[in-house]
Design a protein around this ligand. Structure first.
Ligand SMILES: Cc1ncc(COP(=O)(O)O)c(C=O)c1O
Length: 339
């Protein structure tokens, strides 16, 4: 009953086996390892993007912050949702690495809309040399509210940014969960929808600690490499990162892991709904925000459940529950029984 975060799960056996295998013998360092070539080939095939370039880092914050720094000048604005992870949970790393300013775009259920984005875009960059310039757009999928953008919704947002010639980034810490939820192809969700650079999450969905940064415009990739080294995020033994992501992307493992996480999220949401709980946001992937009458926190915690409590109105209680690749139906059913 560990629903605090998908980060609290372990790594998938296939990923751990690949790491152990990568430990055999010697290999070249700093990304020149043999597995990195195979990772690039896999990414190009899976994303139907023969020119794509991928570089690896160990954390999602590094992936986002370095991708943003590579696409935004220090005088630029990074347009992100009000509750974006880059805005609320990265200790200003995007600002630190880029020197740019985050400008928040509102929207219900963790999603900006073309109208809210157009409004903020129109109000930015109009004071000439004295003011912040329009810089880039960053979206998150799965969103911080557990909802999912479809490729059509992403296209409508990137179209607004492209009208101002702005590059577009996608924080895909839970990218596989978003793909499974929408049944979209990786290509449809990214470059075909106007995304120039993707933070491709691995850690939350069964890796030990690896995120890919995928450049659909390879022209920016070398600058990223320089920033990654300068920022202290170039791993000498890159082969251990590459081994994880190679196993993750091979034979659809990443999608199978995400499908389990999403299915368990739905089982939990259905069970809670039957017992009278409401949800603050539509449950579309592996993260949900239920609300229920006072008393359940004590019962659940006494039974050993772990999750984050959220503020709630008087007489009510609220929570954030996250399922993962390793959540079982028994975990969910035990939680529902305790509830
Ligand atoms: C949407 C999103 N982006 C990025 C990250 C950052 O990942 P990390 O904690 O590995 O830096 C997280 C982690 O919670 C996340 O939820």
């Amino acid at each position: 009953m560990r629903f605090a975060s998908d980060n609290t799960s372990g790594a998938a056996p296939e990923v751990m086996a690949a790491v152990i295998k990568a430990n055999d013998g010697y290999d070249r360092s700093y990304g020149a390892d043999a597995a990195m070539g195979r990772v690039t080939a896999l990414v190009r095939e899976i994303f139907e993007a023969p020119e794509a370039v991928v570089h690896l880092v160990a954390t999602g914050t590094a992936a986002n912050a370095l991708a943003i720094a590579t696409h935004c000048q220090p005088w630029g604005a990074v347009f992100c949702h009000t509750h974006a992870h880059v805005a609320e949970d990265e200790c200003n790393a995007p600002e630190f690495y880029s020197g740019a300013k985050l400008i928040l775009v509102p929207g219900d259920h963790g999603k900006m809309t073309p109208a809210t984005l157009a409004d903020v875009l129109a109000r930015t960059g109009e004071s000439g040399v004295h003011g912040v310039q329009r810089g880039m757009l960053t979206l998150t999928n799965v969103t911080e509210a557990g909802t999912v953008y479809t490729p059509t919704e992403i296209s409508a947002l990137t179209a607004q940014a492209k009208a101002h010639h702005l590059p577009c980034h996608l924080d895909g810490a839970r990218f596989a969960n978003a793909l499974v939820a929408t049944n979209a192809t990786p290509a449809a969700m990214t470059w075909a929808a106007g995304i120039d650079v993707l933070s491709l999450g691995g850690t939350k969905n069964g890796c030990m600690g690896v995120e890919g940064v995928v450049f659909f415009d390879p022209a920016k990739a070398w600058e990223f490499e320089l920033r990654r080294k300068r920022g202290g995020h170039l791993w000498s033994k890159n082969r251990f990162l590459a081994a994880q992501i190679e196993a993750y992307l091979t034979d659809g493992l990443w999608l199978r892991l995400a499908a389990q996480a999403n299915a368990m999220g739905q089982r939990l949401a259905d069970g809670l709904a039957q017992k009278g709980a409401s949800q603050r946001h539509p449950v579309q992937a592996n993260m949900q925000f239920p609300e229920w009458p006072e008393g359940a926190h004590a019962r659940l915690e006494a039974a050993g459940a772990a999750y984050y409590r959220f503020p709630a109105p008087p007489g009510r209680e609220a929570a954030r529950l996250v399922t993962s690749w390793s959540t079982t139906a028994a975990d969910v059913d035990q939680f529902l029984a305790a509830f």
